[in-house]
Ligand binder design. Structure first.
Ligand code: FMN
Length: 205
């Protein structure tokens, strides 16, 4: 079958399947700090690495549900020029979900979810203690995307990774073994997956 974006209901879908098609998506657990020194943490599954040399990442923010502008993570990253992306392992899944709560601007989701922050080395935002990997990032730029909903905004926020923390427990023979922390990713609807199995393939040339 073929359908145009936005016409999923007329084509028999109960809910928009787009995010189920583009899956699994890694989750960037984005911590930021605002100009008053208040911390913020939230998960973003429109998140990915976009280059490796230098390593750069992006997260995309859909704007606040009440239509009142940008989400806190974007505001803070743009304001103070830094963010940290903690990687979500299977052990962090419940706490990660808890940090998606919409607290008033300036209130920190980290203690609210029973999490502790740890100082970063090169940037001010705290990283999530016990997460297997942390990417310390310098904000690069934001690009505004089209948005179908009047009064709402879609943005992509880019950052360069300037420092990386890795839990030594996930390193085996000089390689990262993702099965030791089982990165959690987002599928469609309310579905998630965790990496528990791997297979290898050699490139053709
Ligand atoms: C697993 C997961 C992934 C999410 N991914 C996104 C996303 O990619 N973009 C987005 O705008 N919101 C996403 N959300 C919702 C935000 O986390 C939520 O709106 C949060 O309150 C934003 O916080 P902030 O305003 O402190 O940045 C996601 C929520 C969950 C649980």
């Amino acid at each position: 079958m073929f359908y145009k974006p936005g016409s999923h209901r007329e084509n028999g879908f109960k809910r928009d399947p787009f995010k189920a098609f583009v899956s699994p998506r890694p989750i960037g657990w984005i911590s930021t700090i605002n100009e008053h020194g208040q911390s913020n943490l939230a998960p973003y599954s429109f998140f990915n690495a976009v280059s490796a040399d230098p390593p750069c990442v992006m997260f995309a923010s859909g704007g606040r549900m009440d239509g009142k502008g940008k989400k806190d993570s974007q505001i803070n990253a743009e304001q103070t020029g830094e963010f940290v992306c903690s990687i979500v392992g299977h052990d962090q899944r419940e706490a990660m979900n808890q940090t998606s709560i919409h607290l008033p601007y300036g209130e920190d989701e980290m203690p609210n979810a029973g999490l502790e922050g740890e100082a970063s080395k090169l940037v001010k935002p705290l990283r999530v203690k016990n997460a297997p990997v942390h990417l310390e990032c310098k904000y690069m730029q934001s690009i505004q995307m089209p948005c179908w909903h009047e009064g709402r905004e879609n943005w992509v926020i880019f950052g360069e990774v300037v420092g990386i923390h890795v839990d030594p427990k996930i390193i085996k023979d000089g390689l990262v073994d993702v099965t030791l922390y089982q990165p959690v990713s987002r599928l469609g609807y309310m579905d998630y997956s965790a990496v528990t199995e791997l297979f290898q393939m050699d490139r053709p040339d």
